[in-house]
Write a protein that binds this ligand. Structure first.
Ligand code: ATP
Length: 323
């Protein structure tokens, strides 16, 4: 039987749970936070990149200023441009009013751009201009706007490789990775698996109405031996599920997912955490376009580059409520 650790010396400003091995990494995070330099966080999905970005923001001089987050992989090119820089009324069919972008909203604060490698080349040029000249022009605008932001970006792929493949500008790469931070996969972070398991047990005990006193040997062994392709996010979900479906004061092997129990899951042979499916991506794009247009279908369709009829059909297919 394994029992919760007695010490509580592992919290990083109460924001993240970290092991001894990761303390060095978080010491670097603390130093980075004191500067205003652009930071690039590299790590697989679910390793905690967004959490680290938000820790940097909260420990920085910009802590009480806005913190805006955007995943660049889930938006079409036009929508991404409009999201980042805003657009002027009449700049495209359906743009029936001026719309502020992320840079305007985050002025004075911090922007976190996840999956930065997915930004199309022409928009990379616009990003570079923001970093070099601290100005940008909204879509359809004629005047440039001044902006003061700190950029934190993240990627799960190598930007150097993206540069070699001609998909990413080298000058932008140097600009955004002034301070590179590498978050290792969970299975390379000795001590973190057990520590984070207890962290999530404590965190989700209340919602499941259980008082967990221990984790049984076989269950802990399975947790420690599993490769965790989905990293901390997957661990969090596994612990949460175990607390919901199990009963009694301990976590047992049978409460864990089939993958952890070494059972093959039909139709799931992927080693990597599954990426978003095309359908999930389409859903996210639809929702993002509707948010961007304030629910106006014509504007949302224009942002997505599809007709209104196609938009209606897609909304119906995805069961998105029609206001
Ligand atoms: N050290 C940690 N302590 C507590 N919770 C953590 C820690 N690291 C990650 N998490 C949790 O794991 C989940 C995934 O973290 P996060 O979203 O930051 O990962 P990510 O690397 O940005 O993922 P993606 O690349 O898929 O966007 C979140 O619920 C986060 O709260």
């Amino acid at each position: 039987m394994h029992y919760p650790p007695q010490t509580d010396a592992t919290s990083f400003y109460g924001m993240l749970t970290v092991s001894e091995k990761m303390l060095e990494f978080f010491e670097l995070v603390r130093r980075v936070a004191r500067t205003d330099a652009p930071a690039l966080i590299r790590g697989q999905t679910g390793t905690g990149k967004e959490l680290v970005a938000s820790a940097i923001q909260q420990l920085s001089q910009r802590a009480d200023k806005p913190f805006e987050v955007l995943n660049c992989a889930t938006l079409t090119r036009d929508l991404l441009e409009s999201r980042l820089f805003g657009h002027k009324k009449g700049s495209f069919t359906g743009a029936i009013r001026d719309q502020e972008g992320l840079f305007a909203r985050a002025d004075g604060g911090t922007i976190f751009l996840d999956e930065i490698a997915e930004v199309p080349l022409d928009l990379q040029a616009k990003l570079l201009r923001v970093l070099e000249e601290r100005t940008y022009t909204p879509v359809g605008g004629t005047e440039s706007v001044k902006v003061d932001i700190r950029l934190i970006s993240a990627t799960h792929v190598s930007l150097r490789e993206a540069v070699n493949q001609g998909r990413f500008r080298e000058d932008l790469m140097y600009r955004i990775r002034v301070v590179p931070l590498f978050l290792p996969p969970l299975n390379e972070r000795a001590g973190d698996i057990e520590l984070l398991t207890w962290h999530f047990v404590e965190r989700f005990s209340r919602e499941s109405g259980r008082d967990i006193t221990g984790i049984e040997g076989p269950a802990m062994r399975a947790i420690l031996e599993y490769p965790w392709p989905g990293n901390v996010r997957e661990l969090r979900n596994v612990v949460r599920r175990a607390l919901i479906i199990g009963s009694g004061p301990t976590i047992q092997l049978k409460d864990l997912t089939p993958e952890l129990r070494g059972e093959t899951v039909p139709g799931d042979t992927e080693q990597e955490a599954p990426a978003l499916t095309e359908r999930q991506l389409e859903y996210q794009r639809l929702v993002a376009a509707l948010q961007e247009s304030g629910g106006k279908k014509q504007e949302a369709a224009a942002l997505l580059g599809i007709s209104r009829t196609t938009l209606w059909r897609k909304l119906r297919e995805h069961g998105i409520a029609q206001p």
